[in-house]
Design a protein around this ligand. Structure first.
Ligand code: SF4
Length: 543
């Protein structure tokens, strides 16, 4: 066992909680010690859900271990059933409770509850959160839809003539990265194509919806990490095909449309939805300094990392210098993708390894999880988040999908904006010696005639300095005309550290900052401008 500060995935029962919380009328009874109730906070604080997850913890304490913890579990189950009246119940154990080997499945069966009970065997010490979510969803589907499966070998009945093709969307869970918005985007896209979305599962599905999953013509797998296993089972038992294309990026969204039209039995030339993405034109029209050849490092769950690499290279003109995932179950897919970009895949769940790789590769942009956002911040590299693990800001109030045509717009905005700072630096370098850009220059739209001569000739750029070589002349007391007053005022003397601080202000606003500070000091009769005076003046004029 390794102690760590951060982890990409929680234990598998957190994955089970993500499925239970997504479902509508299902309750999860978790054999767990008192401290494990912390997991509730993931949903209420990070996802900002307005309710607690539908989970009852047995919350046994150390002193209970000598007694009958099995009885504790049975009581918790019965009370949860009486109190919440769910239509299905999940039962399982957290990491610690797994060690006391109470068999929650057997204990719940012994209660003979009048609802389906899904026992979850989630090996906490070998598997992690996404596996736990996938296994839970699969077991829920198997238990609830299984009784309606046709006899093996029964051909799937043809769709009624004139009936609209229909599908299910599988995979979105609670605490998923932009799942809520992806569902809305893809549902809208499918509806525009004339395809009905019967059930979205697990997010928002009831136990009865799950039981009827097999009625749709096909399944759309949005997140293979959580839904591929269940979709495979539905294909085997109900003959329902499922999609393989993840609609992230404009090209993949078009490929996804072609795939669903084929699965729905609709003509391949069914008109595309009107809402085509702005991102292809933006990518072509934006200043090439932002995009072309930018060296990008990508890390996340397999689905989002592979999609990000494809969008980065094919749709934005970036160069992938590193690609990796923490999803060991999908490592092969990421390795194949990495080969395509001529890099070696980084498969790890150790953020320190990821940090070392980013430091070694010196990318210009990092596309990653919240972990990489921290790493990139420490290393001073621009970053955009593309995948779980999520943080509170990954649940924005606005509509912000990753999938479909609007998702492509969101990707463009969120990946290119962190590079804006790069453009500013590029402008600073380009104009640092320009005669028009000195502190005494008037606004350029007033023309050359309005430009007073600089107070002193520009000093040569210091070799080690990045700041533009413009004169800063106010070190000695001088007399200048204050903009707001007709009478001349005496300019205070700049202390050396204040002068140094002034140099940090971008050159195109530095002159104004200097004049404002001197006016502020003069109005207060200050003889010396210190760093504090500079910031007091900033606060004063900023009000
Ligand atoms: S026992 Fe498992 S769930 Fe509980 S705190 Fe430890 S790692 Fe987290």
């Amino acid at each position: 066992m390794q102690l760590t500060l951060w982890t990409y995935e929680g234990p598998p029962h957190v994955g089970a909680m993500r499925v239970a919380t997504a479902l509508d009328d299902v309750h999860y009874v978790l054999h767990a010690p008192q401290g494990d109730t912390y997991a509730d906070l993931l949903f209420t604080m990070i996802e900002r859900l307005p309710r607690r997850p539908p989970v009852t913890y047995t919350t046994f304490q150390a002193r209970d271990l000598g007694g009958d913890t099995a009885e504790l579990f049975k009581t918790a189950c019965s009370q949860a059933f009486e109190r919440f009246r769910p239509n299905a119940m999940l039962v399982g154990a957290s990491c610690t409770a797994e060690l006391i080997q109470d068999d929650p499945g057997g204990l719940a069966r012994a209660l003979a509850l009048p609802i389906p009970v899904v026992p979850l065997e989630l090996p906490s010490y070998q598997r992690k959160e996404n596996w736990g979510a996938s296994e839970t969803f699969y077991q829920v589907v198997r238990t609830l839809a299984g009784p309606r499966a046709p006899a093996p070998g029964t051909p799937r009945p043809a769709r009624e003539p004139g009936a609209k093709p229909c599908c299910n969307l599988l995979g979105p869970t609670a605490l998923g990265f932009r799942h809520r918005d992806d569902v809305r985007e893809i549902t809208g896209l499918l509806n525009e194509l004339g395809i009905e979305v019967r059930t979205v599962a697990p997010l928002g599905a009831s136990a009865d919806d799950i039981a009827r999953l097999g009625e749709a013509d096909f399944n759309v797998v949005l997140y293979p990490e959580t839904a591929q296993q269940a979709a495979g089972w539905l294909q085997r038992f109900f003959g329902q095909p499922f999609t393989k294309t993840i609609p992230i990026g404009v090209k993949a969204t078009k490929a996804f449309i072609a795939e669903v039209l084929q699965l729905a039995g609709l003509p391949a030339d069914t008109p595309l939805p009107d809402a085509l993405s702005r991102s292809p034109w933006y990518s072509r029209s934006v200043d090439s300094t932002y995009l072309t050849g930018k060296r990008v490092f990508i890390f996340g769950d397999a689905t989002h990392a592979i999609a990000a690499a494809r969008v980065a290279t094919e749709e934005m003109g970036f160069t992938v210098v590193g690609l990796g995932t923490y999803s060991r179950e999908f490592a092969r897919d990421v390795r194949d993708a990495a080969k395509h970009y001529g890099v070696e895949a980084l498969i790890t769940d150790d953020y320190l390894e990821v940090e070392a790789k980013v430091a070694e590769l010196h990318p210009e942009l990092v596309l990653g999880t919240q972990m990489e956002r921290h790493i990139a911040k420490r290393l001073g590299v621009p970053c955009a988040v593309i995948s779980a693990p999520v943080h509170v800001q990954d649940f924005p109030a606005r509509y912000s999908p990753q999938m479909g045509f609007e998702g492509a717009n969101v990707l463009f905005d969120s990946w290119v904006h962190p590079l804006m700072m790069g453009l500013e630096e590029h402008l600073l370098t380009m104009f640092r010696g320009d005669f028009e850009f000195h502190d005494g220059a008037a606004a350029s739209h007033l023309g050359r005639a309005a430009v007073p001569p600089p107070a002193a000739a520009p000093a040569p750029a210091a070799e080690s300095s990045d700041v533009p070589a413009v004169a800063e002349t106010a070190t000695a007391a001088a007399t200048v005309a204050a903009p707001a007053a007709s009478a001349p005022i005496t300019v205070a003397q700049w202390a050396p550290d204040a002068q140094k601080e002034l140099q940090k202000i971008p050159f195109f606003v530095r002159g104004k900052a200097r004049r404002n500070t001197e006016r502020f000091a003069a109005e207060r009769g200050l003889a010396t401008i210190t760093v504090e005076t500079l910031y007091d003046a900033k606060a004063h004029f900023g009000r």
